[in-house]
Design a protein around this ligand. Structure first.
Ligand SMILES: [Zn+2]
Ligand SMILES: [Zn+2]
Length: 222
């Protein structure tokens, strides 16, 4: 059952969590506990592309990045995605204000987990040479950003100790990693989730991952 914060106002994710808008196939969480849920991403350029949301409304993940409960949940979601879809990267585009361009249409904090089967850090660094990136552990992001909008991306996963690259933004960036991934896949025209929602891909992944999680839970309960 969802018990999200009520401070999200008009937030679509808070509304979804409260059940006040009808859910489509991909909008049904495929994993959840009392604090977090995982959903297949609309606009999935590859099957299995998922988002982890904290139920409590926030603009970015800064307050979750040092919470063991967050990484425990992300770890199980990441493992389930890798088991079914293969090697997965993670990224966050950290917003600092509602309606920021840097968000992907939602101002509710989330982590992307994307089974690309390849790294994305190098392509992210090369995509816009004007951005300056620095290596960073996920848990250290809050000390670095201090109110800036930011992008964080990592090729491999190690919970709070995940080593990736972070860049601070001086202006909002729309769908940055989606553009990078669409380029990598040779489908640059599909970067925009609004024109290429791929809802069928997301709905199918949600069903498969939900079944995998149920099976795992049954196995561990037996
Ligand atoms: Zn929200
Ligand atoms: Zn996003």
């Amino acid at each position: 059952m969802f018990l999200p914060s009520t401070t999200g106002g008009e937030c679509r994710i808070c509304a979804l969590a409260l059940g006040s808008v009808p859910k489509q196939g991909y909008d049904q969480p495929w994993a959840e506990n009392d604090r977090y849920f995982a959903m297949a991403s609309v606009g999935a350029l590859v099957p299995g592309w998922s988002l982890v949301f904290p139920k409590s409304h926030a603009l970015n993940l800064l307050e979750n990045l040092s919470a063991p409960s967050f990484w425990e949940f992300v770890g199980s979601a990441h493992a389930a995605i890798e088991q079914r879809y293969g090697r997965s990267v993670i990224f966050e585009h950290g917003c600092q204000y509602k309606g920021s361009l840097t968000g992907c249409g939602t101002s509710h904090a989330h982590l992307h987990i994307v089974p690309l089967g390849a790294g994305i850090v190098e392509a992210s660094r090369n995509y816009d040479p004007s951005l300056i990136w620095a290596p960073c552990k996920a848990k250290d992001i809050p000390q670095l950003v201090r109110g800036d909008e930011y992008l964080f991306v990592a090729d491999s996963y190690d919970g709070a100790n995940t080593i990736g690259q972070v860049t601070l933004l001086s202006e909002g960036r729309s769908q940055y990693f989606r553009r990078v991934i669409a380029d990598m896949l040779g489908r640059p025209g599909e970067y925009d989730y609004k024109t290429h929602p791929h809802a069928d891909i997301a709905a199918r992944a949600a069903a498969l991952l939900r079944a995998d999680m149920n099976q795992l839970q049954q196995a561990s309960a037996a």
